[in-house]
Ligand binder design. Structure first.
Ligand SMILES: NC(=O)c1ccc[n+]([C@@H]2O[C@H](COP(=O)([O-])OP(=O)(O)OC[C@H]3O[C@@H](n4cnc5c(N)ncnc54)[C@H](OP(=O)(O)O)[C@@H]3O)[C@@H](O)[C@H]2O)c1
Length: 264
């Protein structure tokens, strides 16, 4: 894959076994990227996605780990590093030497749980959960990969905002989720400032209402009702934008709505 800036790179996709993350994994693998998938609890979804990538001639493995507390991201990167070290030493025919932790060239932080609750009924637990999962932990993951990416003078990070969180707005039923997702823009712009000169990019994609494999009939009907075109987005449309962003180092610190102009 000559001329493809992503070919031969490694990617770690947090929440890559289903939904938008899975579509990105399939497209990246098709661009010659070695994929490590992370999923929450479904062994079936993990196996299906790994097999789909291998069937199309790509390289993939993956593991499951629930993201349920402050040390969850450290656990993910430890597991990633052990796997990457193992496959690097196998491909070079070396003994397993574990000097420095392995960090991926490309980090996609896709997992981002959502809860619909009005502001005056949002509990402390809701606030802590939604901001931890959608801002603090993605933020820490970025801080964790940044030193290696900067040293290597190449790195790509894609984060996911919420629908309409591309700028500061008010939300009637998703204030905590949307506040956290809007904050990701500050994170991406801070990466661009800190590490853009060292070849690292970080961008936020804000999908519209997307019919993923997790959407039930009620969600699909709601998605349709809010879509200007009367049909929800496909995860592949969102993933294609991610691929474009990853392949272009001039796009850095951007917050990109992919929502066909939907307003929620
Ligand atoms: N879908 C939409 O309409 C929409 C709209 C706007 C923004 N977004 C944002 O876009 C991103 C992707 O959304 P998505 O709907 O495709 O998927 P998602 O539900 O955020 O993520 C699915 C992935 O996360 C894993 N996962 C689920 N629960 C987990 C847990 N407790 N711990 C660790 N991993 C877990 C899943 O694995 P298992 O299958 O094994 O559970 C799967 O790999 C999110 O950040 C979301 O907030 C989505």
């Amino acid at each position: 894959m000559k001329g493809n800036p992503l070919s031969g790179k490694s990617a770690f996709i947090i929440g890559g076994t289903g939904g938008i993350g899975k579509e990105i994994a399939l497209l990246l693998a098709g661009s010659g990227v070695r994929i490590t998938l992370h999923g929450g609890s479904s062994q079936e979804r993990l196996a299906k996605t790994v097999n789909a990538i291998r069937d199309q001639g790509g390289e993939a493995d993956g593991f499951l780990s629930r993201i349920d507390g402050a040390d969850a991201v450290d656990r993910l990167f430890s597991e990633y590093s052990v796997r990457a070290a193992r496959s690097a030493s196998i491909s070079r025919g070396e003994r397993l030497i574990h000097a420095e932790p392995y960090v991926p060239d490309i980090l996609i932080y896709a997992y981002g749980p959502f809860k619909r609750v009005v502001l005056n009924e949002t509990s402390a637990a809701d606030w802590l959960f939604l901001t931890q999962q959608n801002l603090s932990l993605p933020g820490y993951a970025v801080s964790r990969v940044l030193p290696s990416m900067m040293k290597r003078k190449w790195g790509r990070i894609v984060l996911f905002g919420g629908t309409n969180t591309d700028t500061v707005r008010g939300f009637l039923t998703t204030a905590a989720y949307a506040a956290a997702k809007t904050g990701l823009g500050v994170l991406a712009k801070s990466v661009a400032k800190t590490a853009g000169g060292a070849g690292v990019t970080c961008n936020v994609i804000c999908p519209g209402l997307t019919d993923t494999d997790y959407a039930d009939d009620a969600v699909r009907a709601y998605n349709r009702s809010k879509s200007p075109a009367g049909k929800a987005l496909s995860p592949k449309m969102v993933a294609l934008t991610a691929l474009y962003v990853l392949a272009n180092r001039s796009i850095n610190g951007a917050i990109i709505p992919v929502d066909e102009g939907a307003v929620v």
